[in-house]
Design a protein around this ligand. Structure first.
Ligand SMILES: Nc1ncnc2c1ncn2[C@@H]1O[C@H](COP(=O)(O)OP(=O)(O)OP(=O)(O)O)[C@@H](O)[C@H]1O
Length: 299
């Protein structure tokens, strides 16, 4: 849909540091038993906008421990599926997570069911500091009375999230001055403190440097070991490096599903990404990025 936001020069110190996987342990620390029923199960999902079928009977199952990438040409319906799961697009069918039926629930109830998402354009509060953004996200899971109580110091889960996403040194800066990649990290941190157990990430590495992409990929792999993670992505290099499994969408339907190697070898996927003008809806970057992968399989 919208073009990737240009990466802006960060107005932050050079030595901000990277992500800290060890700090992540503190945020994630939770007995696996609690997540036993955590899996996303979508059946016959359909989203229609004024007669236009954007999502057309999609089935999707993502289990905890998976790191599922959703790919597909421009307009395939990827973001709309995430919108439907999070209550932002009207849908029919069924969407269950952790035994909770999500369809038809208002967004705040879906958040409370443990579902969190990021957007293609980071949706942090620019005027508030990094710390305040995280604090608000942490509050999303708190009872109103606890929210009103004055708290001394930084809650440990917020501190651990700050370290995890490498933003400790910029915690008092307004989020608006962060570089695009750092905003994406902040959003991931917000999902962690919000205790999201299903994380839906829309193009999380857009605008990031190669080093940042790698750090983010490793972070997502680690989170994916404990939580259910779905990544909407156009970056095929990133996908090849980090996806555990892939669902390819095309014109609102699931075209192919499997490991990276399996979908790359699927002639239907090759056709959609490399095909003639009839499938020419793919955005240039996606098609171009997919081409080397597909061609290695077809050569
Ligand atoms: N609110 C809306 N009203 C009408 N049509 C919409 C709306 N949202 C999405 N669409 C249409 O639904 C289709 C799927 O859009 P969607 O954003 O889900 O695709 P996508 O696969 O995420 O694409 P991209 O990779 O470009 O983000 C597109 O044709 C889009 O124009």
């Amino acid at each position: 849909m919208s073009p990737h936001p240009e990466s802006v020069d960060p107005v932050v110190p050079e030595d901000v540091g990277g992500l800290d996987p060890e700090a992540l342990e503190q945020v994630l620390a939770a007995p696996g038993e609690r997540f036993r029923h955590d899996y996303l199960e979508i059946r016959d999902l359909r989203v229609v906008f004024d007669g236009f079928v954007a999502v057309d009977g999609v089935d999707l199952t993502v289990t905890r421990g998976d790191l599922r990438f959703l790919i597909g040409p421009n307009g395939a319906g990827k973001t709309t599926i995430v919108d439907a799961i999070t209550g932002l697009a009207p849908a029919t069918g069924s969407v269950q997570f952790g035994r909770v039926d999500l369809l038809g629930k208002p967004s705040h109830r879906i958040v409370r069911a443990g579902v969190g998402r990021t957007f293609q354009t980071a949706s942090v509060f620019d005027e508030l500091t990094v710390l305040q953004n995280l604090d608000i996200a942490a509050g999303a899971g708190r009872q109103p009375l606890t929210m009103l109580r004055r708290r001394r110091g930084i809650p440990p889960e917020v501190e651990a999230a700050l370290e995890t996403v490498g933003l400790t040194k910029v915690r008092d800066l307004p989020a608006g001055v962060l570089a695009h990649g750092q905003k994406q990290w902040l959003e991931i941190g917000m999902l962690l403190v919000q205790d999201a157990r299903l994380l839906l990430l829309d193009e999380p590495v857009a605008g990031m440097s190669q080093a940042e992409r790698e750090e983010t990929g490793l972070l997502l792999q680690r989170i994916g070991e404990q939580r259910t993670v779905v990544v909407v992505e156009h970056d095929m290099e990133f996908l090849r490096a980090f996806a555990a499994s892939v669902t390819v969408l095309h014109q609102g339907k699931v075209l192919s599903e499997g490991t990276v190697a399996q979908v790359q070898a699927d002639p239907r996927v090759v056709e959609v990404y490399l095909g003639s003008g009839t499938h020419g809806r793919g955005r240039g970057t996606a098609a171009a990025a997919a081409a080397p992968a597909a061609s290695t399989e077809v050569e």
